[in-house]
Design a protein around this ligand. Structure first.
Ligand SMILES: NC(=O)C1=CN([C@@H]2O[C@H](COP(=O)(O)OP(=O)(O)OC[C@H]3O[C@@H](n4cnc5c(N)ncnc54)[C@H](OP(=O)(O)O)[C@@H]3O)[C@@H](O)[C@H]2O)[C@@H](O)CC1
Ligand SMILES: [K+]
Length: 531
């Protein structure tokens, strides 16, 4: 499990060590980790480090100090290092160490700006060490102009060098992931002590690239994480496995209320997602013409009639492919949500549900649907506002509705009403295809139907029982993302259709389970040994 923390939490964890006079030690560890990560990146790209060009954009605070010390390490390895001081001054000891290691120092001024831009475009690696967790707002003034010019010039020249962010890309808010432009999009962010929340949510994640956590010795002082991400080992541990004497009912029955005359295919895709995700039986409830298509497409399906209360299931999936005029289906969706059983509520059901629900109801809006939900509950947010502040929006929706809320996107966020948040980014952009969300709802529905009262495996992972619905939804998002990626990989990274995601689920499930049995190394920053 990756645990992420706000900038404030990390700074608080640093305090006891700073008070003990270990500030410089922490900075040296951070800088050493950053330099090593840069060298590894060169190697993974098949590039030589000796003689390679390094440009470090530095601010006046400790983030700039990290960058300068790291550049001093790189200079000692024979790299040509240039520091561009954006604030007129820099961390004095780090600057002295950098100069002593043979680094070249250039100062930002209007006159020098053009030459500095060329320097950064020519470099094999640009290290962004202007602002870190001490930033108040984004880049300003001449530093902002410089970063804009560098980003433009790199794009125009199709610069081959890569960008590494020191702790976080300057302009990305460490806590919220909100981005104040300009910001330099990094290929890799090397972050210290623990992942920062803002790196694992959109839009911050768009600028962070890959995130590498360098332990610096503050880990034991960190408290509850603000956000978590399931890794392969966690996924494997949470995936249900049938007992030896299981039968189809004991493995869970999912009821599906989905599809309409306009969108019958959504019901089929939701059922295909569910059937592939380990559930004992899937029971469809809906208009006869949709039921016919469901039966013909998936012979494993059982189609029923009547009301929600007449059908015995362990969980419900409601809403995929339903419109505002599907009155009977919407009534079934409402009945499912008030039945007390776990429910995944998607698409067309969202506007028709009560304002207040329970944590075992998982809502799965995209950004536009989440904005509409928040507006209905008295908020001001439009789609753009949700996209600019995904973490705040999903948290707010969970708090207001009392339900678990999953916001679909390149990074999928799941918020429990009590505050836990999970962030999953297992997929590929090819997953943005019609019907993909129906398959996701099917997977989550199937997992909810298999969820029993044994909450021990959640507790072992530090997830409180009442928050487990968010973990189950995150598990569904992880499985969906991995299956989509596997389907695309199977055609050499080509495009996929939603049915292909469902088809890839069983093998993805099996492979992740095998990985866990082989003992996947936990990469949580908490558990990494310190050297
Ligand atoms: N604590 C430790 O021991 C360790 C810390 N570590 C590292 O330190 C980083 C935090 O360092 P930090 O607190 O010095 O702040 P930092 O992010 O460098 O920048 C803020 C500086 O710039 C200024 N400034 C603020 N906003 C601005 C803006 N919008 N535009 C322009 N300027 C702005 C502000 O000055 P002010 O305006 O307040 O006078 C301040 O001087 C952290 O991310 C990690 O990399 C690691 O080495 C581990 C050990
Ligand atoms: K930075």
């Amino acid at each position: 499990m990756i645990s992420a923390y706000t900038g404030k939490q990390v700074r608080q964890a640093e305090e006891p060590l700073l008070a003990a006079g270990l500030g410089d030690v922490l900075m040296q560890r951070a800088a050493h980790g950053l330099a090593n990560a840069v060298v590894r990146e060169f190697k993974s790209r098949g590039l030589r480090t000796y003689g390679a060009g390094v440009a470090v954009l530095t601010g006046k605070g400790n983030n700039g100090g990290d960058g300068l010390y790291a550049a001093a390490f790189l200079a000692a390895r024979g790299m040509r290092t240039t520091a561009i001081l954006t604030a007129g001054s820099a961390h004095p000891q780090a600057l002295a160490a950098f100069e002593q290691a043979g680094g070249r120092v250039l100062y930002l001024s209007d006159a020098a700006s053009g030459a500095l831009v060329s320097e950064a475009v020519r470099a094999d690696v640009v290290i962004d060490a202007v602002l870190g967790t001490g930033a108040k707002g984004g880049l300003r003034g001449s530093a902002a102009d410089l970063v804009t010019a560098i980003a433009d010039a790199r794009a125009q020249a199709r610069a081959e060098g890569f960008v590494v962010a020191c702790d976080l890309p300057s302009g990305v808010d460490a806590d919220t992931g909100a981005v104040s432009t300009p910001a330099l999009a990094a290929d890799l962010t090397v972050t210290f002590g623990a992942a920062k929340t803002g790196l694992l949510v959109d839009p911050g994640a768009d600028y962070a690239g890959r995130v590498d956590v360098v332990p610096i010795g503050i880990e034991e002082h960190l408290d509850q994480p603000g956000l978590r991400r399931l890794e392969d080992a966690d996924v494997a541990r949470l995936l249900p496995h049938p007992a030896r004497r299981a039968h189809k009912y004991s493995r869970g029955v999912l009821g599906v209320v989905a599809g309409s005359a306009d969108y019958p295919g959504a019901a089929v895709l939701a059922c295909r997602g569910a059937l592939a995700a380990g559930v004992g039986m899937v029971r469809y409830l809906g208009p006869p013409e949709v039921a016919d298509l469901v039966r013909r497409s998936c012979p494993e399906m059982v189609c029923s009639t009547g009301a929600v209360a007449d059908n015995r299931v362990q969980a419900w999936l409601v809403g995929s492919g339903m419109g505002p005029d599907d009155h009977d289906q919407l009534q079934r969706a409402r009945d499912a949500v008030t039945s007390g059983l776990p429910v995944v509520a998607d698409a067309g059901a969202l506007p028709a549900l009560p304002d207040v629900m329970a944590p075992n109801v998982v809502l799965t809006p995209h950004a536009g649907e989440l904005a509409a939900l928040l507006k209905r509950l008295g908020g001001e947010e439009d789609r753009a506002a949700v996209e600019a502040g995904t973490l705040a929006a999903v948290r707010r929706a969970a708090a207001l509705t009392g339900a678990t809320v999953l916001l679909k996107g390149a990074t999928t966020l799941v918020a429990a009403p009590a505050g836990d948040v999970f962030s999953q980014a297992d997929g590929t952009p090819w997953l943005a295809t019609a019907g993909s969300g129906d398959v996701l709802a099917g997977i989550i529905g199937a997992l909810l139907a298999q969820e029993d009262s044994d909450v021990g495996r959640f507790r072992e992972m530090g997830v409180e029982p009442e928050q487990r619905w968010a973990a189950v939804a995150a598990l569904g998002a992880a499985l969906h993302g991995k299956a989509g990626r596997a389907a695309s990989d199977a055609c050499s990274g080509g495009p996929i259709a939603a049915g292909g995601i469902a088809d890839a689920i069983p093998e993805t499930w099996g492979k992740v389970s095998m990985l866990s049995n082989a003992g996947v190394r936990k990469r949580n920053s908490h558990t990494l040994p310190l050297r």
